[in-house]
Structures are given as structure tokens and as C-alpha cells.
Design a binder for this molecule. Structure first.
Ligand SMILES: [Zn+2]
Ligand SMILES: [Zn+2]
Ligand SMILES: [Zn+2]
Length: 124
């Protein structure tokens, strides 16, 4: 038998998940409490991501507007999605060197796009 540190009930050991880091090889909380804890954790994570996205939008309104304008222009056929200018791969993402010119885009595949921004970050 083992006591759950969350609900403080003494329960059979099979009611506890395994955890090799713990002395007795079992979690401190019973399976029932663990499910609730994980659910709560996921919820706070979700809120965090939502908050982050909102902050990003507020901090980079031009970026978001440019991206939306590009998507719209592609849908309307105003601009054509091209192959990656670096490796010629497809599909591609729109990269803006100047966010005030949303229709002036460079097409880059996901990998090259990530590379480019990674380099940018390193140079700053
Ligand atoms: Zn419990
Ligand atoms: Zn590429
Ligand atoms: Zn970009």
C-alpha cells in the first residue's frame, strides 16, 4: 500500500504509475490524481500557447498582415507560388524581406526558410 500525496488516500500499489526516478519506483500521486494533474497541465499549456500567439500578433501586426495579404493574393491568382529559390523544392512558404510590401515575396521551402531565419537570428 502507498499513500497518494495529492488525495492523501492510501491505495494499493497497482493504483500508482511507475516512475524509475522515485525511490520506490512509483509516482507520488495515484493514477486517478495523475490524470487530473495532466489534464490541468495540458490546459495551462494551451493557455500559454494561446497567449504567446496573441502577443506575437500584437508585437508583429505588420508581419501578420503581410502574411494574410500574401495568402489572399495567392488564392486570387495575383501572385504564383514558386519553387524554393535556394533548393528548388516544393511546397514553399512566402518569405518577406520587407513586410510593408506584402506582395514582394521570396519563395522558400520550409527547411530553407527556417535556415534563413536562424541565420538572421545569429547575426543580430
Ligand atoms: Zn490520489
Ligand atoms: Zn529550399
Ligand atoms: Zn521569412
Amino acid at each position: 500500500m502507498k499513500i497518494c500525496l495529492i488525495c492523501l488516500e492510501v491505495k494499493n500499489k497497482i493504483k500508482f504509475s511507475r516512475n524509475r526516478c522515485k525511490k520506490d519506483g512509483l509516482q507520488d500521486e495515484c493514477r486517478d490524481c495523475r490524470i487530473i494533474l495532466l489534464r490541468k497541465y495540458r490546459q495551462t499549456e494551451k493557455d500559454k500557447i494561446k497567449k504567446y500567439k496573441k502577443e506575437y500578433r500584437l508585437k508583429n501586426p505588420q508581419k501578420c498582415r503581410a502574411r494574410k495579404a500574401t495568402e489572399k493574393a495567392v488564392k486570387l491568382g495575383k501572385i504564383k507560388r514558386g519553387n524554393c529559390v535556394i533548393c528548388n523544392m516544393y511546397p514553399t512558404q512566402a518569405h518577406h524581406s520587407d513586410y510593408s510590401k506584402p506582395l514582394k515575396v521570396t519563395w522558400l521551402c520550409k527547411a530553407c526558410h527556417a535556415d534563413l531565419h536562424f541565420q538572421e537570428r545569429c547575426y543580430i
